[in-house]
Write a new protein. Structure first.
Length: 275
């Protein structure tokens, strides 16, 4: 068996952030080979992740960022189990490194982002390394992006919520557009306009509206009409263009944009949140 020195243990600990005994045991198992020991610790991280697969990753960080060109915006959600780890400096650094990588490479999917190279290895492997250090289950929970002539973002001060938006024109008015992306964060619309709402959602709202009216004792022949009225209220409250503008409830977001620039249109929006 190799004679493992305290200096070697400390060196491995500095490289990996793992505990002293974990580092010593890995070095003993690898017969003093630091590279093999690192792999052993990584494998331990994999085991930790598998062992804790039933744990909920209900904490973490959400970060949005815009490209230097101002025509691409992305948001990532890196999840962990506890708020303590979410506030950890190394966890935050990894989340920031991942969003920077997304901005630089513009991946099309979450899986593509996980496979990008960060510090010489994949994003997924970097996350697994941190699992080994913290003992908590972690995962890259979400990735969204928008490419448009103008894009804006809003990062909530909690670090658990971000919204992004795209517009059809370059150099879109900054103040007016930022107010809309903040509205998305605050009001959580389900779609841009009523025609964009998922048909299953519409069907569900109609059925709920009918049942509510039925429970209120309304006649059967009136249920459809009443449900349609409730559906229109749903559209008003839950589709972005039809929502009341938070900063001026006398007008809708649609009217706010028309007053700003009649040709200004929203191309897409996303909202990512850790509940």
């Amino acid at each position: 068996m190799a004679n493992i020195t305290a200096a070697e243990v400390n060196k491995l600990r500095q490289q990996t952030g793992a505990g002293m005994m974990d580092c010593k045991n890995a070095l003993v198992e690898s017969n003093g080979d630091i590279e093999v020991a690192i792999d052993i610790l990584r494998k331990k991280g994999q085991k930790v992740a598998n062992k804790r697969a039933d744990r909920e990753t209900s904490e973490g960080r959400v970060i949005a960022k815009i490209s230097a060109e101002g025509n691409f915006v992305a948001v990532v959600m890196l999840n962990c189990e506890t708020d303590f780890v979410a506030k950890n400096e190394e966890f935050g650094a990894l989340a920031n490194a991942i969003i920077d990588l997304a901005i630089a490479n513009k991946p099309k999917t979450l899986e593509e982002l996980k496979g990008l190279t960060l510090n010489g290895r994949s994003v997924a492997e970097n996350i697994m390394d941190l699992v080994g250090k913290t003992g908590e289950k972690m995962e890259l929970g979400d990735y969204q992006f928008i490419a448009a002539p103008s894009v804006f973002m809003y990062n909530h001060m909690t670090g658990k919520l971000a919204s992004i938006i795209g517009y059809n024109k370059p150099n879109a008015p900054e103040q007016a557009c930022r107010e809309v992306v903040m509205q998305i964060a605050a009001m959580n619309p389900v779609a841009l306009d009523k025609d964009d709402v998922d048909p299953q959602t519409i069907a569900r709202e109609i059925e709920v509206g009918k049942e509510q009216a039925r429970q209120e004792g309304k006649p059967e022949e009136m249920l459809e009409k009443i449900a349609q009225g409730k559906l229109n209220k749903f559209f008003k409250e839950n589709t972005l263009l039809n929502q009341d503008f938070v900063r001026d409830s006398k007008k809708t977001i649609r009217q706010h944009l028309e007053e700003t620039d009649k040709d200004l249109k929203i191309t897409d929006f996303k909202r990512v949140s850790i509940s």
